[in-house]
Design a protein around this ligand. Structure first.
Ligand code: XLS
Ligand code: NI
Ligand code: NI
Length: 440
């Protein structure tokens, strides 16, 4: 059965097209510095936002018109698979991502849930045979069900730790079965409300133990996907343990896990942590920990995870700059962990939203590539830090000096010469790159 009858395959028609169902900037086969746009961007559709969510919020019921909602239970799960693969093909998107609960309903026991999963996973596997769309990552939803009220691997309740481990074990098996490129850990309930009833040390130690078990089991079954931690500072918990990349990195170092994990960085989580998106990408990149991206955007006027589709070209440009500096995302990709607004309830809005996101990242890619080719920002850095390429600066960065020598250098210094930071000039250069990209 077809669910998006009125939609054809979305084609690239260029920046002057007025067709709302065409790409204006994303041209999958266009070469950008030796790779196609499709290879650079590795877009993924997020199953939960696109095929599961109904648009409800804490104040109102669902609003989404979804033609597959005529079904319930396992029939609904199957209808969603059909709708999903139809949409993947029409969008030409190379990847998708899901949580276990997105694809199959939970049973009364985990045994029953796993049976449901097996049925849908084998259906997905069949669909994947005739589709170019692959699994970017899967994960376990260990936060929605009331059993996770006090956490999952960091719960005070050992039964919940076991349940969590069992769900992730199944998730790795599913990832292996479907050729998943990555496996994501977003610790939605891994945090706490108050220290008055929390043994933080035990909870963190347990989380460390849990990840070692994951690494061991992956080895045991020959699962070769990449493990990704997705930081977020808060929501739903008041304090989340993987607050941001730096905090997550310290955790991985403490528990001797840095060789086995990288980060899945979400734009909206970065801003919730009080960082820019590019800060999180940059921090991960310089520590060789940039794995994948949840490509969305937040609303700085609102203090929560609004998960909007990315349309801010400034942000996509700076994000793609980091990704190109990283020489790409390797096994990772750009997953649209983003939802249409509650008022955008028509099925075609799902297409408009993805087209907007894909076009915005295509612009970002092209602008970032030109910035790099011209060394527009790199030259600025080189000049700004030039004091470290000679004299005392070069001794410092080569570890060839010490406090007495530095004192000697400083004691009679009378005039320290500074250069301007030229921030406004730099921003106007960036604007110029953005605005000239498609005006030639
Ligand atoms: C929620 C997270 C979640 C993860 C996957 O804020 O972004 O959707 O990406 O569990
Ligand atoms: Ni996410
Ligand atoms: Ni999120």
């Amino acid at each position: 059965m077809a669910y998006f009858n009125q939609m054809d395959n979305v084609q690239y028609e260029g920046p002057h097209s007025t067709n709302a169902f065409a790409f204006k900037y994303y041209n999958p086969n266009e070469q950008v510095n030796g790779k196609t746009m499709e290879e650079h961007l590795r877009f993924a559709v997020a199953y939960w936002h696109t095929f599961v969510e109904d648009g409800s919020d804490p104040f109102g019921v669902g609003t989404m018109e979804r033609p597959w909602d005529v079904y319930t239970g396992m029939d609904l799960a199957k209808a969603r698979v059909e709708a999903a693969f139809e949409m993947f093909e029409k969008l030409g998107v190379p990847y998708f991502c899901f949580h276990d609960v997105d694809i199959a309903p939970e049973g009364n026991t985990l045994r029953e849930t796993n049976k449901n999963l097996d049925i849908i996973v084998s259906m997905i596997k069949d669909y994947m045979k005739d589709s170019k769309t692959k699994l970017l990552w899967n994960t376990a939803n260990n936060f929605t069900h009331p059993r996770f009220i006090h956490g999952a691997a960091t719960s005070n309740n050992a039964d919940v730790f076991a349940y969590t481990a069992a769900k992730v074990k199944k998730g790795l098996e599913i990832g292996k079965e479907l050729g998943g490129q990555n496996y994501v850990f977003w610790g939605g309930r891994e945090g706490y409300e108050t220290l008055l009833n929390t043994d933080m040390k035990l909870e963190l130690d347990n989380l460390g133990r849990f990840f070692h078990m994951v690494v061991n089991y992956a080895k045991e079954i020959g699962y070769d996907g990449q493990f990704l931690i997705e930081p977020k500072p808060k929501e739903p918990m008041k304090h989340l343990y993987d607050f941001d990349v730096a905090t997550g990195y310290a955790f991985l170092q403490n528990y001797d896990l840095t060789d086995h994990f990288k980060f899945n960085i979400e734009a909206n989580h970065a801003t919730l942590a009080g960082h820019t998106f590019e800060h999180e990408l940059h921090y991960a990149r310089i520590h060789n920990m940039l794995g994948s991206v949840d490509a969305n955007q937040g609303d700085l006027l609102l203090g929560w995870d609004t998960d909007e589709f990315p349309t801010d070209l400034y942000s996509t440009t700076l994000a793609m700059y980091e990704i190109l500096k990283n020489e790409g995302l390797g096994k990772g990709g750009l997953n649209f962990d983003a939802k249409v607004r509650r008022g955008s309830f028509k099925p075609e809005d799902l297409f408009h939203a993805h087209i907007a996101g894909m076009d915005s990242y295509a612009v970002g890619l092209r602008v970032a590539q030109r910035l790099l080719k011209d060394k527009a920002l790199e030259n600025i850095l080189e000049e700004r830090y030039s004091s470290y390429s000679e004299g005392i600066g070069s001794a410092i960065v080569q570890n060839k000096t010490d406090l007495p020598q530095l004192e000697n250098h400083a004691l009679d210094l009378t005039k320290i010469e500074h250069q301007s930071g030229h921030l406004e000039k730099i921003k106007s250069v960036l604007n110029q790159y953005l605005l000239t990209e498609f005006s030639q």
